[in-house]
Structure formats: C-alpha cells, structure tokens
Design a protein around this ligand. Structure first.
Ligand SMILES: [Zn+2]
Length: 332
C-alpha cells in the first residue's frame, strides 16, 4: 500500500473528560488522512469535504469503542454524492469512500462548499457497530440537514439517547498555499473551476465531539453547544496550527471551565486493512461456478477495494489455483 506524504504523521485524537467527569470532549486533527482519502479516491473538493467530515466523525464516535470494535457510518442522502461511508477502529484507523467522487456543486455565498446540497437534505444516517457480538449493533435516524455534523448529532440524540454537539470541518485550497493561508471552511473560487485537477489539496481538517454523560447538568451542555457554535470553524482552527488538545482548550476556554482530564491520546490514520489474501478470499466466496467461468475466460481478474481504491490483479494461473483449492479443499 503506498504511503501518504505530507501531514499524515500529525493527525491525532484526544479524548477527555470535563466538568467533573460529566462531559466527554473528543477532538481530532485529520488533515493528512483526509488528503490521503482525496488522493486515493480522486474526490473533487465538495466530495472531499463530505468524505472528510464522515471519516473524522467515525474516528470521534469510534473513540469510545474498545479493542477490536469498529464503527461504520453511512450517510445516505438524496443528493448527487450518493452514499458517503466511513469506518473507524477504536485504535485510530479509518477508511471510507463516497459513491460518486466527482461531485462539486456551485459554491455557496462567500465561497463556502455546499456539502448539504451534495449530500442531499433528505435521507438516512445508518450507524453499524461491530462490538464483537454475534449480531452487529445498528441504529438509524433521518437526515436533518445534509451537513453531516448536525445529522450525526440528531442521530446520537434520537437513536442512542446521547445529548451531544459536534463540529466537523475540511478546508481545501491551492496546493502551493501553506495551511496558514487558509482561514475559512471554503474552497477558493479558482478551486472549484479546476475541480478534477491536481492544483488543490486538503489544507486542514478536524472535528470536535461533546457528549453529555447521564450525570451532566443540562445547562453545561447548552453552554458548550453555544460555545461550539461561536467558535471559528474547526478547520480554520486546525489551519492556524491548533492540535487536537488545542481544540479542546479552545472549546473549554483553556481551563476557565475548570481542569479537564485527558483519558486517551493516539495517532489517527487512513488505513484500510485490506490485503491480497482477503481479496482472494472474496474471489473464492464467489463460488465454483463463477471461478470456473473466470478460469475458462483465461483473462485473470481485477478487483478494486471500494474503501481505499487499491487495485488487485489476479493472473489466469492464480484464478486456476484458487479454483483448484475450492474444488479440492485441504490441498495447498
Ligand atoms: Zn482497501
């Protein structure tokens, strides 16, 4: 798998408890991994923003999981993007894709990317958690705005009964510009015009998630919601050099709210986890008939991993060997 270049190494997640342990605040910087998702999938700017928000949300929401548990978020709106999918582990690996990566609607006023129009304002959020049980946990809620953070906040309240507030942001801009030249969560006007070109990149991305535990006082969450709404865009804070912990400091006004306790801190990265062996198993799972047909055709097979766009090629001989293994189980 090709290694990413640039800022991947600086992506990080910090999970903390504030207000005497009654409110959990999680923050992540995800610039490098969202740029990697863009490079892998060739997403246009607005598609990149939507995918980046979902990848970041999956990491934030996945931070409460344990060990080998996983969370998958699907945003299924009626807009041109189709499905936007992100899957994260409790250890900070994330992967994902958008069904139609080449979507970039007109910019909104002030040059803001119109993620809601690309996602669609009607549809459904589906969250699937693999908790190592026989059946995965699945929850759903309707989309409320197509902006993703709002949709997931509504999902958390409705489906999981967790009062929460969330901010997600992705800033793109000219590839030659430094992150410090960003400022707002928007695409430069010239960027959308050359959406498919390589003249732009992800300058900053990140997110904040506030979750009230059952013992939290209602006015505390209301106050944090207000504060979150008044903060600059989370992507512009990241563009100005805020770390994950810096985002928490910003939200909690660095100690004004009393001290907070860092529970967890780990690097986050785009890491699909797919491999030739797994794809070969998927080929085998097609069954004898389908493999025999591929063997007969003698062209080999090409499979592309949907989550990371890695292409796996199997030659005619490999297909033949897989078929033989299927027909004679136990033989090497
Ligand atoms: Zn993959």
């Amino acid at each position: 798998m090709p290694r990413c270049e640039g800022q991947c190494g600086t992506d990080e997640l910090v999970r903390s408890l504030a207000y005497g342990g009654t409110v959990q605040v999680v923050a992540a910087t995800t610039t490098g991994l969202v740029e990697e998702a863009h490079a892998r999938h060739g997403t246009w700017p607005t598609a990149t923003a939507a995918l980046g928000r979902v990848l970041t949300a999956a990491l934030l929401m996945g931070s409460s999981l344990k060990d080998d548990e996983k969370i998958l978020i699907q945003i299924c709106g009626n807009g041109p993007l189709g499905r936007v999918v992100g899957e994260a582990t409790a250890r900070g690996q994330v992967r994902g894709y958008v069904q139609n990566p080449h979507v970039d609607p007109e910019l909104k006023a002030a040059g803001k990317m119109d993620v809601a129009s690309a996602v669609g304002r009607e549809g459904v959020v589906v969250v699937i958690k693999d908790l190592g049980l026989k059946e995965p946990y699945q929850g759903t809620a309707p989309l409320v705005s197509g902006e993703i953070a709002e949709d997931l906040t509504y999902y958390l309240a409705q489906s999981e009964q967790i009062p929460s507030a969330m901010a997600l942001g992705v800033l793109v801009g000219p590839a030659e510009a430094g992150a410090s030249q960003g400022g707002h969560d928007h695409a430069g006007r010239g960027v959308a015009a050359e959406a498919s070109g390589s003249g732009w990149k992800v300058l900053a991305a990140g997110g904040l998630l506030v979750q009230a535990l059952p013992s939290a006082r209602q006015e505390v969450l209301a106050g944090l919601e207000n504060r979150l709404a008044r903060l600059p865009q989370v992507s512009s804070l990241v563009a100005r050099g805020r770390t994950a912990q810096g985002l928490i400091d910003e939200l909690l006004e660095a100690g004004k709210a009393g001290s907070y306790q860092v529970l967890d801190r780990y690097p986050v990265e785009f890491d699909c986890g797919c491999s030739r062996e797994r794809v070969a198993r998927a080929l085998v799972s097609l069954g004898t008939e389908e493999l025999a047909r591929l063997d007969q055709e003698g062209q080999g097979a090409q499979l592309t991993c949907r989550f990371c766009n890695t292409r796996y090629s199997f030659g005619p001989q490999e297909i033949h060997d897989l078929l033989r293994q299927l027909e004679e189980p136990g033989q090497p």
